[in-house]
Design a protein around this ligand. Sequence first.
Ligand SMILES: Nc1ncnc2c1ncn2[C@@H]1O[C@H](COP(=O)(O)OP(=O)(O)OP(=O)(O)O)[C@@H](O)[C@H]1O
Ligand SMILES: [Mg+2]
Length: 249
Amino acid sequence: MRILALYNIKGGVGKTAGSVNLAWLAASHGYRTLLWDLDPQAAASFYFRIQPKVAGGGEELVVGKTNISDIVKSTSFKNLDLLPADFSYRNLDLMLAADSKPAMQLMRLLRPLSSLYDLLILDCPPSISLVSENIFRAADALLVPVIPTTLSVRTYEQLLEFLANNQLTDLAPTFPYFSMVDLRKRLHKRTTEKLPQMYPEMLSTQIPNASDIERMGVMRAPVGVYAPNGAGGVAFNNLWQEIREKLAL
Ligand SMILES: Nc1ncnc2c1ncn2[C@@H]1O[C@H](COP(=O)(O)OP(=O)(O)OP(=O)(O)O)[C@@H](O)[C@H]1O
Ligand SMILES: [Mg+2]
């Protein structure tokens, strides 16, 4: 099982849109896929019409009382399961901190899933915390949506600094990609031209700012279900192909 985390310290950059669409695309290409909604806001669970509730909450999960495969829900799509969020995940940091090896705990929890799925996608909450450190250790790659503005670029630099300061750079390679791109804006145009020169790990697919993607909240489905040939659907398909090739999935 390969593990991809959609991660950014910054909120509202397209992590959930990326997780939901990439998970759906992977599943529709035959990968047995599990999407874990780690955000107490439960947006990914909402998109798949799954109740954000975990019996026993985060606490029983973290201490090992809940078997993780018992809380998996199937979606209405073939090959695609979801681990729903729970409101108690807002305290996941405290729950993890109570453990003797808090930074390794997520990996331990995930072990029983490894033979059941080809791909695990983590939809992460926007913060940098003990939960994120667990994610960095468990994930094979961090996919980082970056809006081409100065502040968003700055948070990518902060992530790289954090990884370097904690000896995590090799453990969690980062693959940033541009999200919510509007090339009519000068700043977006300039940033999308300049940044890949500074960061060669940047993926070449750009996700445009597209009303089709925004409509996911109304349709409650991945964009490829209702608008596969629109700008958003095509871009996510390209992103999936690029990731699949780059990571040899
Ligand atoms: N490419 C896009 N074009 C237009 N709207 C988008 C795009 N991607 C995401 N959105 C919209 O922007 C908002 C934030 O996106 P999303 O929830 O994916 O971000 P996030 O990084 O997961 O946010 P959070 O940090 O709150 O979890 C949502 O309303 C979503 O519908
Ligand atoms: Mg989100």
